[in-house]
Design a protein around this ligand. Sequence first.
Ligand SMILES: NC(=O)c1ccc[n+]([C@@H]2O[C@H](COP(=O)([O-])OP(=O)(O)OC[C@H]3O[C@@H](n4cnc5c(N)ncnc54)[C@H](OP(=O)(O)O)[C@@H]3O)[C@@H](O)[C@H]2O)c1
Length: 333
Amino acid sequence: MKVLVTGATGFVGSHLAEQLINQNDQVFCLVRPTSNRRWLKHLPVKYIADTHPPDRPSVRAGLKEVITDMDYIYHLAGVIKAYSFEDYYRGNVQLTKDLIEAVTEAKPARLKRFLHLSTLAAAGPAESVSGINEETSCHPITDYGKTKLEAEEVLRNYFEMVPITILRPPPVYGPRDEGLLVYFQAVSYGLLPRFNHRRYVSIIYVRDLVNAMLKVVQHPRCSGGTYFVANEEPYALNTLSDIIKNAVCNSRGVCSLPLPDMLIKGLGTVFEAVSGIRGKVTIFNRQKALELTQDYWVCRTDKARKDWGLTTETPLEKGIRETAEWYRRNKWV
Ligand SMILES: NC(=O)c1ccc[n+]([C@@H]2O[C@H](COP(=O)([O-])OP(=O)(O)OC[C@H]3O[C@@H](n4cnc5c(N)ncnc54)[C@H](OP(=O)(O)O)[C@@H]3O)[C@@H](O)[C@H]2O)c1
């Protein structure tokens, strides 16, 4: 099968590209001149260069020719950290518009599915630990969530013309992830983050998410569907801290690091100011602090389990252990 992947140079996309190669697909990756291809170097993928300047990330005309031949398109490219709403908009909404317009112009006769990776952040936090489902109305609280929701809405206008499926994972963890890395690093320095005991999150291991993407595109009835994909049960953030501690420190002692909301918000402001001075976007800022101070980032996955048999097979302890081992091997912790 011929498969186009956007965002293949990133954390989730590189795992997807690896798995597609393993199943003998021909993989085409849309990359930018600035893209770091370190995770793809060992893979026989073909690159399609987006030659537009980084401030106008449109999909170039040549891409249309490539799209004509595709069996599957996985659209994972997106901006998860940025300085401004405009940056989020360009990377999440404009890029999605450009890509879907190229698809409708190319009219790929063999296209079986266009898979779009959205996020739980597009739907917003839940009001209780029982979580939200696909029927819950969306109320994103950050620029990231708002622009990912707008990208979904762009695609919904094409549901009649293109076989699109939207998946919304919660935070994804695993080898190569830089999002939860700081958590592992804090623990490796002997500091064990402690949150409000009510705080719960849904989460998914990157390989389970990749398997979910590969599975959902095989189910014809999921075309035009939007699904949450996550481990079945949410976890208390403090339980997550304990599991990370067991994976990173074994029996070594750690100090509790209480993180009241005031401190999290203060740290968000400081990180944002420092990142402004250094001219480097960091993963932590005031909006991430706002996310972290919500009690329930919890979604229910009954619909995905019923409609197309979502399974998430990696127990949290095993996934966290594999992630910690990878961080250690690569000297990230
Ligand atoms: N990681 C998570 O916890 C998580 C959770 C839920 C949903 N998601 C979604 O999963 C997708 C992948 O996330 P990730 O964690 O793998 O992110 P990542 O590591 O930051 O990778 C992002 C990818 O998108 C590409 N990209 C960004 N802006 C672009 C633009 N303007 N034009 C073209 N390509 C662009 C990047 O290319 P360059 O290499 O050129 O920068 C990179 O390949 C995103 O859509 C995200 O919203 C992630």
